[in-house]
Design a protein around this ligand. Structure first.
Ligand SMILES: Nc1ncnc2c1ncn2[C@@H]1O[C@H](COP(=O)(O)OP(=O)(O)OP(=O)(O)O)[C@@H](O)[C@H]1O
Ligand SMILES: [Mg+2]
Length: 256
């Protein structure tokens, strides 16, 4: 895929260690605006670890150490000047298991804009909540029950609520770590549709075990194996014409 825009995020020479154990080895990758990038590879190869370096979620793991350079719009996100709370609003995250707060649907979405000062009035906040729920494809299903608990929704609805929560603070990048693995095929299809719609607004990075899903939703695919980035390219090339033997073995189901 040809793009002239500069990368939204760039990782260069990234190593990640948990104590003495190295989980990511010398990974360099660019991620672009308006594109979905899929991370694939066998269990334990480091997909989640690398994804979490992109918004410094590894900071919360005491034994984790990150080396190398990662930038967002050219700005070093590991610089001591970087405000991590701000960073995580700019680079939002959706997890494998939907994890709404045990609060109302409204509060789940309103919390971020409120703490980040993104709404000047109650009317503003109402507007942000409605817009975010609409973008997440959930508004019609919840508009009459905004004060119900977020945890009372179905799994697929909870995941769309978590996406609405991430969107509410106007992120630039959305990281998704196996967002559909706890969902049934219908809820999964809804999330995939949503990813298509969101693509034009954000840079999206999705970890998935499901290669059909990677092929359906992404434009770029990165194949990881044993902490290494083996191959990164256009999704169509990775799936139809991989350059590396290890990629071919994985996508044809020979291991993993
Ligand atoms: N908090 C942690 N402490 C120590 N080691 C960890 C920690 N988290 C992950 N690891 C190790 O780092 C390596 C990469 O794990 P990671 O979770 O990133 O893999 P993954 O590709 O996301 O796997 P999966 O597909 O199963 O989610 C594994 O060997 C794992 O055991
Ligand atoms: Mg993982």
């Amino acid at each position: 895929m040809i793009t002239n825009a500069p990368p939204k995020m760039t990782a260069h020479g990234v190593n990640v260690f948990y104590g003495p154990k190295q989980a990511i080895r010398d990974v360099s990758i660019d991620v672009y605006q308006d594109q979905v990038t899929a991370f694939i590879g066998p269990s334990g190869c480091g997909k989640s670890t690398f994804l979490r370096t992109l918004n410094r979620m590894n900071d919360t793991v005491a034994s984790a150490r990150v080396e190398g350079e990662i930038s967002l719009d050219g700005e070093d996100i590991y610089s001591p000047d970087m405000d991590v709370v701000q960073l995580r609003a700019r680079v939002g995250m959706v997890f494998q298991k939907p994890n709404p707060f045990p609060k109302s649907i409204f509060e789940n979405v309103a919390y971020g804009p409120r703490i980040h000062g993104l709404a000047a009035s109650k009317a503003d906040l109402d507007h942000v909540v409605e817009r975010s729920l609409k973008r997440a494809g959930l508004w019609e299903e919840v508009k009459d029950r905004l004060s119900d608990s977020g945890t009372a929704l179905s799994g697929g609805q909870q995941q769309r609520l978590c996406i609405a929560r991430a969107i509410a603070v106007d992120p630039e990048v959305i990281l998704m770590d196996e967002p559909c693995s706890a969902l049934d095929p219908i809820a999964t299809a809804k999330i995939e549709e949503l990813i298509h719609e969101l693509r034009g607004r954000y840079a999206i990075v999705i970890v998935t075990h499901n290669m059909q899903q990677a092929a359906r939703v992404s434009q770029r695919t990165a194949f990881f194996h044993l902490g290494n980035l083996v191959e990164y390219g256009d999704t169509s090339d990775i799936f139809t014409n991989p350059r590396e033997e290890r990629t071919k073995d994985y996508i044809t189901g020979r291991y993993g």
